[in-house]
Design a protein around this ligand. Sequence first.
Ligand code: UD1
Length: 320
Amino acid sequence: MAKVLVVGGAGYIGSHVVKELMRSGHEVTVFDNLSTGQEINLFQENRFIRGDIRNQEEIAAAMRGQDAVVHLAAKKAVGESMENPMKYSDNNINGSLNILNAMVEAGTKYIVFSSSAAVYGMPEKEEVDEDCPIAPINYYGFTKAEIEKFMGWYDRLKGLKYVALRYFNAVGYDADGDIRGREVNPQNLLPIIMEVAEGKRDKLKIFGSDYPTRDGTCIRDYIHVSDLATAHVLAIEKLMSGMPSQALNLGTGSGTSVKEMLTAAEQALGKKIPAEYAPRRPGDPAVLIASAAKARELLGWEATYGKDERGMVSIIRTML
Ligand code: UD1
């Protein structure tokens, strides 16, 4: 049992991580400023501190007595990060440094950091492993890559041990229905498809139909959020039993195109979902699929949700 501070624990991925940590018997405290996180995502028996990582004193006070940190507090809209990099410097970079400094001060040794496939930019290989060059093409991805480097230095200089989990495309919701908050104004494919299906939006715009893929639309590696959550618990436990610091990809290892995702959603919801082709979105790689072999080997982790179209249908059902 470890005392774990989950920073950003009221958010989409954070709330799922909290659930898995509690299920594994850890003592969890959530730290969140509720800017995008939601109160409805907090489990009652949890301790909750409303605070902001940009405030050094608030995060330092919350850190005292904690064995480990899961850090998921970040701005994550790729487009916005290109228009307003200052916001991303402040929240993602300054906020993360405050967390690392608070850890040193409190003697908290272990951190699991939510990184992203965005650190790879436009990878040359279709199946991306952790040795692919770090070359972000948007400011959001840049902030994640920099924080990974800061953690490397804090390991060398202060003995802090970290796992950077590079998520591919997180999707779905807790299948038991325990997590009820839904993202407000979502920017990602699947929640947008759901909003179109509910009539909140007119139609899905499919960004690009001329990519060199099997149906001309972009391919991504969609990984269920509860599978991501399990990996965080394993990462903490492995770190605490001596695993060295590292970065690990989290994905299923297989890809789904935008069109296939739309078809899967139509199947799951039993209705036609209006869609039209639109121009390519700048900065979108054609194919982005994880090699998750390293996470499998080091954490003994495996995605449980299926990888094909049927798997996507079952993921979409967790969103209903
Ligand atoms: C991006 C980031 C990822 C980050 C995530 C968080 C990159 C390469 N990836 O993922 O690291 O964690 O955002 O927000 O920077 N699409 C449409 N129509 C839409 C929306 C999306 O066709 O209305 C397509 C996109 O072109 C893409 C796929 O759906 O091919 C998935 O898009 P999205 O959900 O936005 O995620 P990524 O851009 O892959």
